[in-house]
Design a binder for this molecule. Structure first.
Ligand SMILES: NC(=O)c1ccc[n+]([C@@H]2O[C@H](COP(=O)([O-])OP(=O)(O)OC[C@H]3O[C@@H](n4cnc5c(N)ncnc54)[C@H](OP(=O)(O)O)[C@@H]3O)[C@@H](O)[C@H]2O)c1
Length: 290
């Protein structure tokens, strides 16, 4: 049986769906089981669990593999990456090791101890904890999801048809579909030859402005794309930090996405998927009718 922590999220829902379609037994851990069942369906085995709290060994009973698809980026005070991605993942990994389950950890391309982003430092710490845990493991490091950023561009466009790009939006970013990441996570959870491997999953490099133009073309929107200048992003991150850490993190991440170049050589996506990664137009189809 495969346990999915974060099974109610964008990636987690796709993972649960794919695993069920391939005949696996699945259990989902969610903080609000009612909300999780509303998105996953009543037939899915959902257990109440917060990865930061004690008692995880009981909800992992019978698990062969535990998938962590959680993050704390959107959380507020005391509920951010340090608590969820670092300490919460460590707690989940220790519980998985106690019940002799393997672990598939979803991380980020660029996870590093010296990253400027708290999320990337926390993911690095979780990766280190996993490698030292004694559990069988696979790490899936993903690039930014197409669906996440298309959703942001759609939200910022509102009724104007003019999405807001954070910063200059010129840097190529290897956006990947959450559907491709889910396929790699599912493969990693069942293919024992991938144990002890770090798989990097990236897609077609596109600048944020190009992504916004593809979205506008698909929606029949015209008008120029709007830009929020980098200094405004940085000022918002600094001003919000003491009062709204989640908002500060979002602005800091957007500023980093606009300035920090990606290494295009690092992707295992096509090899693991056996096909080219999905394109932006494939992910836009998910929002058809919005
Ligand atoms: N989105 C991206 O661009 C991107 C890029 C690279 C990597 N990733 C990684 O991919 C994974 C999934 O991301 P996503 O964008 O699909 O996330 P999402 O839609 O925002 O969902 C996050 C999930 O985390 C769960 N969660 C948060 N705090 C939790 C806690 N304390 N205990 C248990 N569950 C908790 C939430 O569950 P409930 O609130 O229902 O309890 C939810 O299911 C994450 O590991 C993320 O870091 C995402």
């Amino acid at each position: 049986m495969i346990v999915v922590a974060g099974g109610s999220g964008l990636l987690g829902r796709q993972v649960v769906n794919d695993l069920l379609l391939s005949g696996e037994r699945v259990r989902v851990l969610a903080r609000d089981p009612g909300r999780a069942r509303a998105v996953l369906g009543d037939e899915v085995d959902v257990r109440a669990a917060d990865v930061r709290e004690a008692g995880l060994v009981q909800v992992l009973d019978g698990a062969s593999v535990v998938i962590s698809a959680v993050h704390g980026v959107l959380g507020g005070r005391g509920d951010g990456p340090l608590d969820v991605d670092q300490r919460g993942n460590a707690n989940l990994i220790d519980a998985a090791a106690t019940v002799s389950a393997g672990v598939v950890l979803v991380s980020v391309i660029g996870a590093a101890a010296d990253s400027t982003l708290e999320l990337f430092r926390a993911k690095h710490a979780a990766e280190q904890h996993l490698a030292a845990s004694g559990a069988q493991w696979t790490i899936v490091r993903a690039a930014p999801f197409l669906e996440t950023w298309l959703d942001i561009l759609i939200q910022t466009a509102g009724k104007s048809g003019r999405p807001m790009v954070f910063g200059r939006g010129e840097l190529p970013i290897p956006f990947v579909s959450a559907r491709d990441v889910a396929a790699v996570v599912c493969r990693a959870s069942t293919d024992t030859t991938l144990r002890g491997r770090v798989l990097e999953v990236a897609g077609e490099p596109l600048s944020m402005t190009e992504l916004a133009h593809i979205l506008q073309a698909a929606r029949g929107w015209d008008g120029t794309v709007r830009h929020l200048p980098r200094p405004v992003l940085r000022a918002l991150a600094a001003l919000a930090r003491p009062v709204n850490p989640a908002f500060a993190r979002k602005n800091q991440a957007a500023a980093a996405l606009d300035t920090d170049p990606w290494d295009p050589s690092t992707t295992d996506a096509a090899r693991v998927l056996g096909r080219a990664p999905l394109k932006a137009s494939d992910a836009i189809g998910r929002f058809a009718g919005n």
